[in-house]
Design a protein around this ligand. Structure first.
Ligand SMILES: Nc1ncnc2c1ncn2[C@@H]1O[C@H](COP(=O)(O)OP(=O)(O)OP(=O)(O)O)[C@@H](O)[C@H]1O
Ligand SMILES: [Mg+2]
Length: 249
């Protein structure tokens, strides 16, 4: 039986700003298995990033539960669970402090996650090879690197402590098409070689269709449809998914 590495149950999050309530995530439930890629699609404002921040423990839900590798995510467990679930963001430049070399940024990140300095160095070297980067990039500052190189380094950073789940929130959206395709292939390879599960969030259905085993569609905070990629994109059940697919043509 495949292990469930991320389970979300009846998750709800409402924001109140200037007296206006936004139900950003409404009663969302799903499971992610080890080594599975689940794509999450949906228009801007549908709650995708709120969902990812909740899963990372960066936001607290109003109600509902999140389990990472079977353990409930909460105040007391977050430190233990942090190495198991990591995230790659849209803008790779935000991942690293502009004042320092990316090498020292990576060592700092590894140390924060409880790795010894030497362990960090060895892990970084290994992951540079996995992600197709030369050791020489480590001496550079973020502004001396391309968006594609930086996103690979952000992936190195996310993988330092051997997570079981990687959340990629619009991780290729700021990159041009060929660089984006390379990063998508890299994520696919990582799933194969490391057995890591990926929650792949994107507004781009073509990209989602290419990389995902299953697809979930969010609409106004709700997960309105979830299923195998061919089924959801080939014969969508929900009206909104149909509209999303039509808009792509
Ligand atoms: N901190 C916040 N305070 C108030 N409202 C928020 C906050 N964060 C998100 N929202 C609102 O919650 C809703 C969902 O936002 P979210 O960022 O999750 O959408 P998204 O699907 O990631 O959109 P995009 O595709 O543009 O990234 C939006 O209406 C947004 O304005
Ligand atoms: Mg977002």
């Amino acid at each position: 039986m495949t292990e469930t590495v991320l389970e979300v149950k009846n998750l709800c999050k409402t924001f109140i700003k200037d007296g206006v309530e936004t139900e950003a995530v409404r009663n969302v439930s799903f499971e992610l298995s080890a080594g599975e890629i689940l794509g999450v699609a949906g228009e801007s404002g549908s709650g995708k990033s709120t969902l990812s921040r909740l899963c990372m423990g960066l936001l607290r839900p109003d109600s509902g539960e999140i389990y990472v590798c079977g353990e409930k995510l909460g105040k007391s467990s977050i430190k233990n669970l942090r190495p198991k679930i990591q995230m790659v963001f849209q803008n790779p430049a935000d991942t690293f402090n502009p004042a320092y070399s990316v090498g020292s940024g990576l060592i700092g990140a590894g140390r924060d996650l409880g790795l010894e300095k030497q362990e960090c160095r060895e892990k970084i070297s290994e992951l540079l090879k996995t992600t197709g980067l030369a050791e020489s990039v480590l001496k550079r500052r973020p502004k001396e690197l391309s968006g594609g190189q930086l996103q690979r380094l952000a992936i190195v950073r996310a993988l330092l402590c051997g997570p079981r789940v990687l959340i990629a929130d619009e991780a290729v959206s700021s990159l041009d098409v060929s660089v984006s395709a390379n990063i998508i292939n890299l994520l696919s390879d990582l799933r194969e070689s490391l057995g890591i599960a990926i929650l792949f969030i994107s507004h781009d259905l073509a990209v989602i269709g290419h990389i995902s085993d299953r697809v979930g569609v969010m609409y106004k905070g709700e997960l309105v449809e979830i299923g195998d990629t061919e089924k959801v994109l080939g014969s969508p059940k929900h009206e909104y998914t149909k509209r999303l697919l039509d808009a792509r043509l």
